[in-house]
Design a protein around this ligand. Structure first.
Ligand SMILES: O=C(O)c1cc(C(=O)O)c2c(n1)C(=O)C(=O)c1cc(C(=O)O)[nH]c1-2
Length: 228
């Protein structure tokens, strides 16, 4: 349970790592080299919907955040994903990952592979950021505390087990290795500065737990759509 000490609160947030999607069977199979080409392509095509919507989620947080200092740093996330110019940014990098995995940009962008469960999970995340207090939405982004280990594992796994994917296509994950720790450190600063009551701390922990459910549901939907 969260307590009103910062250490106890951060511990309660970090305890959600046990529910992170790195432990999802589909990710376990991915990192063990056990996915077929079709399964991996299905994951890349579906995860694109998450990538596309992250800046919309961050814009929802910005629109509700009254704190200039927070907004000034948070806006960087939108630029990281959208880029400043055509050909830049994380969404573009994900499209290149798709091409490296043998998918055309068109088939990724037009959502022809997108399964309903992934759409619902991602939409739920954007709606959460639009409708809940902005600090709760910031807390829900803290799954990124747990992401770097998975990203490093994924980079190694892709190079080892899926050599048919052009390694240049993995630039997205390399960038996230630096961006995720920076972003999660900032989010943790914001949450610990703003959640000072037991009630607000409990809400932040719940928000992070909700986000773990979003990511888990997304993986369930992909797993079901591309069975072994
Ligand atoms: O591939 C992954 O496992 C993974 C997980 C997460 C996450 O934990 O939410 C993000 C990302 N990737 C990611 O690429 C990303 O840009 C990102 C932004 C956010 C967020 O909630 O603001 N999470 C994540």
């Amino acid at each position: 349970m969260p307590t009103t000490t910062t250490d106890g609160f951060v511990e309660a947030l970090r305890a959600n790592s046990r529910r992170y999607h790195d432990q999802h069977p589909f990710h376990v199979r991915m990192n063990a080299g056990r996915l077929s080409r079709r399964q991996l392509q299905g994951w890349v095509a579906n995860r694109f919907y998450y990538q596309e919507n992250i800046p919309r989620k961050d814009a929802a947080i910005l629109s509700q955040c009254p704190d200039l200092e927070v907004r000034r740093r948070w806006i960087r996330r939108i630029i990281d994903h959208d880029g400043r110019h055509p050909g830049e940014g994380g969404i573009e990098a994900w499209l290149r990952l798709g091409e490296a995995a043998g998918l055309t940009r068109e088939e990724v962008m037009d959502h022809r592979h997108l399964v309903p469960g992934v759409r619902f999970a991602v939409d739920a995340y954007v709606t959460f950021a639009r409708t809940r207090p902005w600090v709760d939405a910031v807390a829900s982004s803290l799954t990124e505390l747990f992401a770097p280990d998975l990203m490093a594992q994924r980079l190694a796994a892709f190079e080892r087990w899926y050599p048919w994917i052009d390694p240049e296509g993995l630039a997205y994950f390399r960038a996230r290795l630096e961006q995720a720790p920076r972003d999660s450190e900032h989010a943790l600063e914001v949450v610990t500065a703003h959640c000072l009551s037991a009630e607000s701390q409990a809400r932040a922990v719940d928000a992070l737990s909700f986000k773990c459910d979003v990511l888990w549901s997304l993986m369930d939907a992909i797993d079901q759509a591309y069975p072994e």
